[in-house]
Design a protein around this ligand. Sequence first.
Ligand code: FAD
Length: 354
Amino acid sequence: MTRTFQVVVIGGGQAGLAAGYHLRRQGIDFTILGADPAPGGAWQHMWDSLHLFSPADYSSLPGRLMPTQPGETYPDAGHVVDYLTDYEKRYDLPVQHGVQVEAVRRDGGRLLVEADSGSWRARAVISATGTWSRPFVPAVPGRGLFTGRQLHTVNYRSPRDFAGQHVVVVGGGNSGAQIAADLALHGDATVTWATRRPPRFLPDDIDGRILFDVATARRRALDAGRADTGGVASLGDIVAVPPVRAARDAGLLRAQPMFSRLTATGVQWADGSRAETDAIIWCTGLRPALAHLAPLNLRGPRGHIPTDGTRALGEPRLHLLGYGDWTGPASATLIGVGRPARDAAAQIAQLLSS
Ligand code: FAD
């Protein structure tokens, strides 16, 4: 059976919920389909020690401030899951959990959303599927030879899983620094941190509050035709959250250059030196989860779908929310997704009334 709504939102994480909040305010009839069986989006899968890089009141979705977490300036991932669970209930958002969308197709004047448990027809679709389900690992020679454990940021949970082991953490971004710090500060693993270029720590007094302002200022400058301010990337790559700062100041976060290949038992650098290792954790990024949109043939350069704001250039009935700055400044953050969600809902309301 195919059900019909004015709008189908794909993805039940924070971006999907923010979309739902604004669609409801526009009086639009919608449903939200989310692959995860429970609320919380990617936050329910992040590692045990992860904390936000912004305080609670700077991590809120539209309509409801995130409550502070007792004893914590920067809330942990569990607190975010509780907040999103409560948000979904409080606004009575119609999320159907455990529904994996496989394809979105054009179907005359409608879009047809096909999932593992049925299909939906809609006049517009908001895709808000995040990046967590698409871990990226670079092609490094010998990757198939290595006989130890290889995992990605998305599989890492705790230093307990690496007791007594030598672990190579790869990646000079936030997750690489945070996971290397977690392993170095807790448990008894020996850690080598490999980065492609020397790590660039942001100044210690910069947290998510300032990053949000910087991302917004950059978008405003670009929209007004002024020079690119360089945004957050111009400041550095790694937010010096408290554990990263502690590990760095204790001399435990010293990066090695990136190795050139893997061997059966470890890694090898360009000068021929080697290190035996039990595990490699690839903290090498995530890509937008857009496979379900393939039938629409919209892919542009770098695997993104070209958009004007959130609206796909090649399909005006499709909006993309979250993912990264390309769908709105800081739209892949808790505080940043509200505004593009509001704009998407307003544009869809206009489309429906035309
Ligand atoms: P997700 O949370 O990934 O939700 C997408 C949902 O869509 C998931 O539930 C998924 O199951 C579902 N889905 C995917 N594909 C399909 C499909 N085909 N069909 C149906 N459902 C599907 N932001 C901050 O504001 N503050 C921070 O401190 C912060 N720290 C971060 C730390 C890490 C390590 C990472 C990776 C990100 C962090 N972010 C932070 C960024 C961002 O807030 C999160 O990535 C957030 O989870 C993005 O929300 P989302 O709703 O866009 O995607």
